[in-house]
Design a protein around this ligand. Structure first.
Ligand code: SF4
Length: 265
């Protein structure tokens, strides 16, 4: 089955779940085959099922299709098998934050801690990201939503492959449409190059405002890169100041710049 077919199937199951209110999407053990050792009573005669089926189907089809939601995306990510990354994940990592963020923060993919917890950016790089955001008065609890291009961890933290990013991209696009962020902050080379569809290096792209589907888009270094290379600490801080200056256009209260501190890297 192709990646697109698998995603379509996941979307269909989640929609069916919303329509019937059965919690189907979260019941992974659901099976179409009957266990021969089961003591369940035998299925109804075929004739009776045929008489009931159109009524139930008709009732379900009469209900309006519910609009897309962040909750539905979460359920779909957890059961998604659209690319090979599902085989090695412990948990999908859909993303977290506020529903209408000022800033959508996007990295390339979850790491080991994220895979274990199902939450984005909770390892050492995530702690640094929280510090960076905090240094310009942002947090995932109040103004940000944090996610990745691929929602499942690539084995051994390798770069996500193009086919994996392609398969997972509908989730990001749907999140973007629902969240409607004012700004996007992309972390690192992979996410930046993928979203901008460019081969330019992050060294060249960081700190320059770009446009992503009409939304101001600022690339910067990935926090894990900052943990490994002191050299990028200063330019990353300069990028945050550029983000902070732009944020002032969206807030009535201008931050008191003199109180801002450079994050410890
Ligand atoms: S990485 Fe994305 S497309 Fe691949 S299995 Fe996970 S959720 Fe599905």
């Amino acid at each position: 089955m192709t990646a697109e077919r698998k995603q379509s199937l996941a979307l269909f199951l989640a929609t069916l779940d919303d329509l019937l209110g059965s919690g189907y999407a979260s019941k992974r053990e659901y099976s179409f085959s009957k266990d021969p050792s089961s003591s369940d009573p035998p299925a109804q005669p075929v004739q009776e099922q045929k008489e009931q089926e159109p009524v139930a189907l008709h009732a379900a089809l009469k209900k309006p299709v519910p609009p897309d939601s962040l909750h539905r995306i979460i359920n779909e990510v957890y059961i998604c098998t659209a690319c090979p990354l599902h085989k090695t994940r412990i948990s999908g990592v859909p993303g977290e934050g506020v529903e209408h963020p000022v800033v959508l923060v996007v990295g390339e993919g979850p790491g080991a801690q994220e895979d274990k917890t199902g939450r984005p950016f909770v390892g050492p790089a995530g702690q640094l990201l929280d510090k960076m955001l905090s240094s310009i008065d942002l947090s995932r609890e109040k103004q940000c939503f944090i996610t990745n291009i691929v929602k499942c961890r690539p084995p051994l933290n390798r770069d996500p492959q193009l086919e994996e990013m392609e398969a997972c991209m509908p989730f990001f696009s749907r999140q973007l449409a629902l969240l409607k962020p004012k700004l996007i902050l992309s972390l690192g080379r992979i996410a930046t190059q993928w979203l901008l569809q460019t081969n330019e290096t992050i060294t060249k792209l960081h700190g320059q405002w770009k446009d992503y589907k009409g939304i101001p888009f600022l690339p910067t270094y990935h926090p894990s890169a900052l943990l490994h290379n002191e050299m990028w600490k200063r330019p990353a801080w300069e990028d945050l100041k550029i983000l902070r200056a732009k944020l002032q256009e969206y807030t009535d209260q201008k931050p008191e710049l003199s109180k801002q501190k450079e994050p410890e890297v």
